[in-house]
Structures are given as structure tokens and as C-alpha cells.
Design a protein around this ligand. Structure first.
Ligand SMILES: *Cc1c(COP(=O)(O)O)cnc(C)c1O
Length: 370
């Protein structure tokens, strides 16, 4: 039996759609702004080794990862592009960054000191990006650190700041007052630094706040992978992932039976329950128990009972028996249910759904995987 025939749960990734989404953003920001790609967390769970080379082949020249190890893995499949590491260096990490030609994003005076010290020690001028905090209170130089740097540019001795960047807290709420506030702070702080170099503010949602937010480089992540960067409005991005599982068993139920752990679903009257071959170990959130949906040939079937590690149970009473039969596929993500809809039912965001996708699906990369 082939692996395909054996498999009971399938994750199909449309690499062509990811490339099309990147082109859509590239065209949206225009020729004066570079469209990079954020490929951290293994391309949000979808597979950086298959997706990043396709983006590079389409013309993407700059990639962002979160960790040095992600950068080292990416360097093996993307030979020439710039790879920036969002987390920056901790003590001892500079030589690894250098060896794999990774550009650290420097988020604090300590990180600047580490990378500048390494540049001085090796007698070379080294590329970096500088991250300014404009309102996230997460990574990045605060206003006081920017002030010290502006007053003493020698702190950057030996460094070549290619990019000055910041990150937005509320860009998914287009009308949020923090958006123009962070934009103004970013302008003021980066002007004050006066380093030259290019500027970058925009992740996926920020890109759709308007051209003022684009600067010289944008850093889309979720939009490439099909998540809606404009919540509340139609999704401008193409769908990317399809997730399906086979039905292993269909059983007749009747009151007073219960379904699953904790007997959390009580059967009322005659019906049928289909048991599908995926569960929370595959990234189906337990919060979808008694609350989410699947689709069989386009017909919506509610999840009943708790999600198990390897199994999910659906009420298929309303379906013709020949549709809900062992071996039939239930769609969890696909044309009838996008990642944002599933996320809303699970009480989370599309980002968490994608990055939680499990490792035991039969993965199929379609349309232009390199
Ligand atoms: C994750 C991340 C991005 C990409 O964010 P999306 O919302 O997925 O587009 C961009 N910049 C930084 C600093 C990030 O951490």
C-alpha cells in the first residue's frame, strides 16, 4: 500500500497561491518598496524548505526568520537572499550568524554592543537591522536608547545598518488610534537617528493601512499564507492550505447515549456520528469541541463531543449515508472553511491554527514547489 493510500489525514499546500500572494503584495506596494517574506516558524507551519525557495525563485530577495537556527536551516535552501533574524543575538551567537551570512535584527543596546564588538574583533564592517520600539513594548530600542545612539553614533562602529524597522501593535484594527501614533513615532525616531539605510514598518495588516505605512520594505507573513490581513473586510489573499481527514467509522446513536470524553455531548434522538482521523495532536484545537464544523462534499457537519488526541467526532445525521461513510473525506480547511473562520470558532487567530498544524499529515505541495 502506498503512503497516500495508507494516509488518513491530508494537508495540501498550494505553493503557487503563496507565490501569487507575495506578488499581489509586491504589486500593491509598488516599485519603490521591496516586498520581503516572513518565513519564521517554518513558514507559519506550512514548510519553509518547500516554500522559501519558490518565493526566492519568484524574486523575493529578503527573508525574515525568528531564530538563528531557523536562519541556518533557511540558508541551506536559499543560497543568495538576505536572511534577517528577528530575535537578534545573545552572547556567543555572533560567529554563527556570521558563518551562515545571517543579518541580526538588533533590538537592544546589548545586542548592538555584541554585534559591534564582533565587528571590531574581526575587523570587518557587518550588516545589521535596527529595531525601534514605537509602542509594542516588546523587542526594540526604546526612545532613550535611540537618543543615546543618535548622540553617539560610534556605538554602531563597524556596523552597516541596512534597515531601520519597527512593528505595529494594532494594525489589524484599521481605525485604531495607535496606528497613526506609531507611524509618527517611527518617522520621528528614525529621522532623529539619521542613519540613512532603508526603513520598514509593515507586516501584513500594516501594508493595507495605506502607502504612508510602506516605507522602503514590507514584511508580510500571514497574508502570504492566506490569512486575512484586513479583518472585517473581504480577504484580498488567495487560500493556501487544505486540510482533510478520512472518516474511520460511522455509528448509529440514540438517546440517552453520550459522545466522547467527559460525556460532554448528549445524543437526543436517533442520529449518526462519524469519527474522523485527526485530533488535537494534529493541531485541531480542543476548544473546537462541541463548537466547530467540518464539511463533507460541501455540506456542513458540526463537531460533537470533545476533540481527542487522534480523533474528532461529527454529527452526520443530516447527510445521506453514502456521503458520510468510512473512507470519505471531511474538510477542516479548504474552499468551505478558511483559516480565519476555523480560528474564530476555536477562539484564536489564523496564525495559531497554522503554526499548530501537526507533523503527521500526508503533506502535498502543489503548483510550483521548488
Ligand atoms: C511576525 C512578524 C512579521 C509578520 O507579521 P504578519 O502579521 O504575519 O504579517 C513582521 N515583522 C515582525 C517584527 C514580526 O515579528
Amino acid at each position: 500500500m502506498s503512503a497516500f493510500d495508507r494516509a488518513t489525514a491530508f494537508l495540501t499546500i498550494d505553493v503557487g497561491a503563496i507565490v501569487a500572494n507575495w506578488r499581489r503584495i509586491r504589486d500593491h506596494v509598488g516599485a519603490t518598496c521591496e516586498a520581503a517574506a516572513v518565513v519564521k516558524a517554518d513558514c507559519y507551519g506550512l514548510g519553509a524548505d518547500r516554500i522559501a525557495p519558490a518565493l526566492a525563485a519568484a524574486g523575493c530577495r529578503t527573508f525574515f526568520v525568528a531564530t538563528i537556527d531557523e536562519g541556518i536551516a533557511l540558508r541551506k535552501v536559499v543560497a543568495d537572499a538576505a536572511i534577517a533574524v528577528l530575535g537578534g543575538p545573545l552572547p556567543g551567537a555572533a560567529a554563527d550568524l556570521d558563518e551562515h551570512r545571517l543579518i541580526p535584527v538588533l533590538n537592544s543596546p546589548e545586542q548592538i554592543g555584541l554585534w559591534a564588538g564582533y565587528a571590531t574583533a574581526t575587523g570587518r564592517r557587518l550588516d545589521c537591522a535596527l529595531h525601534l520600539d514605537t509602542g509594542m513594548s516588546r523587542l526594540g530600542l526604546d526612545a532613550a536608547a535611540v537618543e543615546r545612539l543618535a548622540a553617539d553614533p560610534a556605538l554602531l562602529g563597524g556596523l552597516n545598518p541596512l534597515l531601520v524597522m519597527s512593528h505595529m501593535a494594532c494594525a489589524d484594527e484599521a481605525e485604531h488610534p495607535k496606528n497613526p501614533d506609531q507611524l509618527a513615532r517611527f518617522r520621528a525616531l528614525s529621522d532623529h537617528l539619521g542613519l540613512g539605510g532603508r526603513r520598514s514598518l509593515g507586516a501584513s495588516s500594516t501594508i493595507f493601512l495605506g502607502a504612508d505605512y510602506h516605507f522602503d520594505l514590507v514584511r508580510p507573513g500571514i497574508a502570504l499564507y492566506g490569512g486575512n490581513p484586513t479583518p472585517g473586510r473581504a480577504n484580498p489573499m488567495a487560500a493556501v492550505a487544505r486540510l482533510e481527514a478520512r472518516i474511520l467509522q460511522v455509528r448509529d446513536v440514540d438517546s440517552p447515549m453520550t459522545v466522547g470524553y467527559g460525556a460532554s455531548h448528549r445524543v437526543t434522538g436517533k442520529g449518526r456520528v462519524a469519527v474522523a482521523a485527526l485530533g488535537y495532536a494534529d493541531g485541531v484545537f480542543r476548544s473546537l469541541g462541541n463548537c466547530g464544523f467540518g464539511f463533507i462534499e460541501g455540506e456542513r457537519v458540526p463537531i460533537v463531543g470533545r476533540i481527542s488526541m487522534d480523533l474528532t467526532t461529527f454529527d452526520v445525521s443530516a447527510l445521506a449515508p453514502e456521503k458520510a461513510r468510512p473512507g470519505a473525506l471531511i474538510e477542516i480547511l479548504g474552499p468551505h472553511q478558511d483559516v480565519d473562520t476555523l480560528a474564530a470558532d476555536a477562539g484564536t487567530i489564523g496564525y495559531e491554527i497554522l503554526t499548530a498544524l501537526g507533523r503527521r499529515y500526508l503533506r502535498d505541495y502543489q503548483n510550483g514547489a521548488v
